[in-house]
Design a protein around this ligand. Structure first.
Ligand code: DC
Length: 214
């Protein structure tokens, strides 16, 4: 029987790390849905297309070759920015819906992370977690991560990027970032990754018990 864990939240709150660890822990498949939007943004910009043209971006989304999702550079800052721009378009979101729903309902269980998984893609998900943290904490973590990779970036620039991304993701008309009414809130501002993961496990365990009628 399927079991879907929907993880949503703003950029750099730790949801990717939590989602990946949950999937490994429960033996579920994992889909980082941000990669889909990142890939569309990357392909469109490489082809010199207008990222603000929703209809054109929708055709790019429909023709997306899944092989591109393995490109590690998609996880970088530039692709994240392009993703946030193409993600505002309804035709782009519509083109990705069926794929994500199919993934979510696979028999062995699935964890999906994104912005609209619990609200639009899988409103019936058995477990929903909204992972958040203050913008300052998220910017600090992102800056430290980039410094660890040897990148020269300053905290203020990253904080501006985090705030701009939040504004775009929460302010768009189609599937804006927001917590589903029945999502468990997980604020990781004061937690390290191990504590955040343990808190997420408690939420999923409770949902599994509920589903199993325990
Ligand atoms: O999770 P991420 O940083 O890889 O996402 C990059 C951008 O893609 C994000 O700013 C908004 C968009 N996105 C979205 O609109 N819906 C999703 N389910 C996942 C990502």
């Amino acid at each position: 029987m399927g079991f879907t864990v929907a993880i949503d939240g703003p950029a750099a709150a730790g949801k990717g790390t939590i989602a990946k660890r949950l999937a490994a822990h429960y033996g579920f498949a994992y889909l980082d849905t941000g990669l889909l939007y990142r890939a569309i943004g990357r392909v469109a910009s490489q082809r010199g297309l207008d990222l603000d043209d929703g209809a054109t971006m929708g055709t790019v989304a429909l023709a997306l070759d899944p092989a591109i999702l393995d490109d590690g550079s998609l996880r970088g800052r530039e692709a994240g920015e392009l993703a946030s721009r193409v993600a505002v378009h309804a035709p782009v979101r519509a083109a990705l819906t069926e794929f994500q729903r199919g993934f979510a309902r696979r028999p062995g269980g699935a964890v999906l992370d994104g912005r609209d998984i619990g609200t639009v893609i899988c409103p019936e998900a058995e477990a929903k977690i909204f992972v958040t943290a203050s913008p300052e904490v998220r910017a600090r973590r992102r800056t430290d991560e980039l410094h660890a990779k040897g990148r020269a970036v300053d905290y203020e620039t990253i904080l501006d990027e985090v705030l701009a991304r939040d504004r775009r993701d929460t302010g768009r008309a189609t599937a804006p970032l927001r917590a589903a009414p029945d999502a468990a809130l997980l604020d990781t501002s004061e937690l390290d990754i191990e504590e955040a993961f343990q808190a997420a496990c408690r939420i999923v365990d409770a949902s599994l018990h509920r589903r199993n009628g325990a």
